[in-house]
Design a binder for this molecule. Structure first.
Ligand code: PEP
Ligand code: MG
Length: 901
């Protein structure tokens, strides 16, 4: 944040703002203003801007005089509307003070309720409501919250005093506590405040307000908010707004309540009102998950009129914002108030259904529907889940809070979850209830299981956002924190034991359980269809087997962009022949072994062509670092040693010695930079010769069966145009020999991978011999950075990331500044030489969103990625087009405008 103070207006009444002012007013503030303008029942209030937060930090943590006067004026405006006064002993105005950042950070910052209560105003509240017990309960809650959030007194000290008082007076629940006892507790709480802060609990209500606003500003920088911002790439200098709003009470009696409502089902996307509420409860009770709430449907019977108003407001808000809304409401003496609306968090499955339904209802465009999807959530949809097997008996059942199946070792706190995860274990975070402090534990865990809390508790909301399975409100769960054990019904398990959860059904199982393959729902197919209408990049698959080819096709691949032929040799029957071929002493011996391999390769290719009938299949000629195929030297040496000890078998000893000598002669210090790729094909042309022959024999054979075959032969690791020239000549020669007459009818292409920086630099010369370029960004990253792709991640990359030398792992996310520049250069040079040159990317980056955006930006024709990533890539490619048209800004801004705390 720059040191200059921002002089603009820093306080806006709700009537003065709107949702487009989200940057200044935060998501919650913008939406409260928007709802006020829509004429909805919003308790009056005002928003202190994010600029004021920035000023607060610039002034070393103090509120300026101007801000304080603006706040006073805004308080007077509320007083007028509500016909009461802040600090008045008879008709006191009470307010809530809540954070409200620009981007949604649920539960990460702090909220203070009932502010404005002191020893005098509490009497006024008691008189007004004719309810002493209620008034003093509000007061003690306020002192507790203020003490914890503003003065930093551990909340456990307050709750301990409450528990002591209850046990002393033999009260089982809060409802049984009398007015006198609440009053007594306020005295104890005030003493606690004095003891810990050295000062009396502030009686001046404006002092309370100033201190609370400062504390909310400070909560922008608490540990959990920082973790959350890092996780979701939210800028640290954005700051938070603060909303000050007159209180309404859901805890004034049996005709009061508070709840949360989604305008559509956030779990499966069904068009139905969905939510939970608690009678006689205040503020955060629903989300905090301390009491298990009731289903919204019951409100229809209990308070039909309120339910009707709520349903109408929900429909209106969804239509206004053109998205599913998550609405917080309070009922005070059967009068409905709305406290917040925001774009509702939803599961991946629900996100897809809602986007498609809204599109079909005509509420949003196809571009908006596609842009509403977080591509990383597609992974979740395509993840495996627990099959509903008869013999699987659950240990317990809870609420199905976030779908998908997962197994892991029970970890009873976030720290343990993190440590075990760090040590390579799969963990399941198990806790009585989760609080926002547990976010790093949820992040580390495969899934989350909690004993208390509803579908909208923090654990559920955060897990859903991260796409992790979660079961909440499992009341058969109890935890013995000392013994480090859990009870699930009649079963006792230890921390470290493995359990599985099914976040789709709410079931919890012992041990790990079988997971089944995901399926493409009709809605997902529809949405992917919309993405296909928008995207410009072709999406191909990296598939090496007919099985993978078929899966890719089901997922919508438009061809195979990379078939790594060396992977076809990794079977027990084939590997020994390939090894003997590599170790052969003479060309003749090698050729005779290759003749045995040829029919196997041919049949592989036939199956691939058949699976991809009508689509291109790009076959990359052999490219293993040699050591991957050589027999294990240590094992052979051990064999020889034993043989010598036993004595005898001179012939076998000779054979082993010969083999060991041969392997030693082929060993390389840097196999990744050694006899790989086209270098192997040039050194031993008979190998590529065999592979090319197998491709064209297969092409000819399937063409006879009326399969449309479109082979593309790709030469790996080219660094000089002459390598490609020579190998292209080989392909053309073998093709014409094998195809004979069919040479005219079966068309094929020959291209190269661009994965050596020199090839990228000399792209124009390389293009003379290529029909296509495929950027092998795994090797191109390795060779551009000079980081071994085998070693870097295990050795130093994480320390580079920690030290901020790199901001991302370049093997996961394409380094646009360096490697990307080579790609841009090569595309321009290549296309400059040959305008019809096809260009694409087939490294692992083909399945990464930002890398796909880059491919769109530099005008590649396709990306190729692993089969299960195909839907992700289709969606990301469509989003890349929308972003390139500049449409992203408007739709993304809308997504930002809705959420808040
Ligand atoms: C690459 O280098 O990006 C590539 C696709 O080839 P491989 O990973 O097989 O080296
Ligand atoms: Mg490579």
């Amino acid at each position: 944040m720059s040191a200059e103070l921002i002089k603009e207006k820093q306080v806006y009444l709700f009537e003065e703002g709107n949702a487009s002012m989200v940057k200044l007013l935060g998501g919650k503030g913008g939406n409260l203003a928007e709802m006020t303008a829509l004429g909805l029942p919003i308790p009056p209030g005002f928003t202190i801007t994010t600029d004021a937060c920035k000023n607060y930090y610039k002034q070393g943590g103090s509120l300026s005089g101007e801000l304080q006067s603006e706040m006073r004026r805004a308080v007077s405006a509320i007083e007028k509307v509500k016909d009461c006064r802040f600090g008045d002993g008879e008709r006191p105005l009470l307010v809530s003070v809540r954070s409200g950042s620009v981007t949604s950070m649920p539960g990460m910052m702090d909220t203070i309720l009932n502010l404005g209560l002191n020893d005098e105003t509490v009497k006024g509240l008691a008189q007004q409501t004719n309810n002493d017990s209620f008034a003093y309960d509000c007061y003690r809650r306020f002192i507790g919250m203020f003490g914890e959030i503003v003065l930093g007194i551990p909340s456990i000290l307050f709750s301990r005093q409450l528990e002591e008082l209850k046990s002393h007076a033999s009260r089982d629940s809060d409802q049984e506590v009398t007015a006198g006892e609440w009053k007594q507790l306020t005295g104890l709480y005030k003493m606690l405040v004095k003891e810990h802060s050295g000062k009396e609990f502030p009686q001046d209500v404006y002092q309370q307000l100033n201190m609370a606003v400062g504390a909310v500003f400070r909560s922008w920088n608490n540990a959990r908010a920082k973790v959350y911002r890092k996780l979701y790439s939210i800028p640290h200098d954005q700051g938070t707004a603060v909303n000050v709003q007159s209180m309404v009470f859901g805890n004034r009696g049996e005709d009061c309540g508070t709840g949360v409502l989604f305008t559509r089902n956030p779990s499966n996307g069904a068009k139905e009102l969905y939510g939970e509420y608690l009678i006689n409860a205040q503020g955060e009770d629903v989300v905090a998950g301390l009491r298990t709430p009731r289903k919204l449907g019951e409100l229809k019977d209990e308070m039909p009129e309120v339910y009707g108003q709520l349903a109408a407001a929900a429909a209106g808000l969804e239509a206004h914002y053109r998205d599913m809304q998550d609405i917080e409401f309070t009922i005070e003496n059967r009068t409905l108030y709305l406290l917040q609306t925001r774009s509702g968090k939803r599961t991946a499955q629900a996100a897809v259904k809602i986007a498609v339904d809204l599109y079909e209802e005509g509420a949003i465009t196809k571009e908006e529907a596609v842009n509403r999807i977080d591509v990383s959530h597609l992974d979740q949809l395509l993840h495996r889940s627990i099959a509903p097997l008869e013999e699987l008996k659950p240990l317990a059942i809870g609420l199905p809070a976030s779908p998908g199946g997962a197994s892991g070792m029970i970890a009873l706190d976030a720290e343990i979850a993190e440590t075990w995860k760090h040590n390579g274990k799969n963990v399941m975070l198990v806790s009585a209830e989760t609080s926002p402090e547990d976010i790093h534990g949820i992040l580390a865990a495969e899934g989350v299981l909690t004993g208390r809390g509803g579908m909208t508790s923090h654990a559920a909301v955060v897990a859903r956002g991260m796409g992790k399975p979660c079961v909440c409100g499992c009341d058969q769960l109890s935890i013995d924190a000392e013994q480090r054990t859990i009870h699930l019904g009649d079963y006792v398990l230890k921390e470290g034991d493995v359990i599985s959860i099914d976040g789709t059904s709410g079931r919890v199982y012992a041990g790990s359980v079988p997971l089944s393959d995901p399926e493409m729902t009709p809605e997902l197919l529809k949405l992917l269809g919309l993405a296909d209408e928008i995207r410009e990049l072709n999406i191909y698959a990296n598939a090496d087997t007919p099985h993978d080819a078929r899966i890719s096709r089901q997922f919508g691949a438009e061809g195979i962009g990379l078939c790594r032929t060396e992977h076809m040799f990794f079977s027990d029957t084939r590997l020994p022949i390939v090894q003997s071929m590599i170790l052969a002493d003479s060309r003749e011996e090698r050729i005779s072994l290759l003749e045995r391999i040829l029919p196997m390769q041919q049949s592989d290719f036939e199956d691939m062509f058949e699976a991809m009938d009508g689509l291109q299949v790009t076959i990359r000629l052999l490219d293993p670092p040699l050591h991957e195929f050589l027999p294990n030297l240590e094992q052979l040496e051990e064999q020889l040693r034993r043989l010598k000890l036993r004595g005898g078998d001179i012939e076998e000893e000779k054979r082993l010695k010969h083999m060991i000598a041969k392997i030693r002669s082929l060993q390389e210090r840097n196999p990744m930079l050694g006899l790989r790729g086209c270098r192997l094909g040039i050194q031993f042309p008979e190998i590529y010769d065999m592979q090319i022959e197998a491709v064209f024999r297969a092409a000819k054979s399937v063409a006879h069966r009326r399969i449309e075959v479109r082979p593309e032969i790709m030469i790996p690791l080219v660094g000089d145009p002459r390598e490609l020239k020579q190998l292209r000549a080989l392909v053309d020669k073998v093709a014409s020999q094998v195809l004979g007459e069919e040479f005219k009818t079966i068309s094929y292409r020959v291209g190269t991978m661009i994965e050596v920086p020199r090839a990228a630099v000399m792209a124009d010369k390389i293009a003379e011999h290529a029909d296509f370029f495929s950027f092998g960004t795994n090797d191109l990253t390795q060779m551009t950075f000079g980081y071994s792709r085998d070693d870097a991640e295990g050795k130093f990359l994480s320390s580079y990331l920690d030290r901020n030398i790199l901001s991302e792992n370049p093997f996961q996310m394409l380094d646009q500044e360096g490697v990307g520049k080579l790609i841009e250069w090569a595309v321009t040079k290549g296309k400059g030489k040959k305008s019809f040159l096809k260009t694409g990317l087939c490294g692992e980056h083909g399945g990464d969103q930002s890398s796909i955006f880059f491919c769109q930006q530099v005008g590649l024709d396709y990306v190729s990625c692993s089969p299960y990533r195909i839907p992700y890539a289709r969606m990301a490619a469509a989003q890349a087009v929308i972003a390139s048209r500049g449409e992203a800004a408007s739709t993304k801004a809308e997504a930002v405008a809705l959420p808040s705390e």
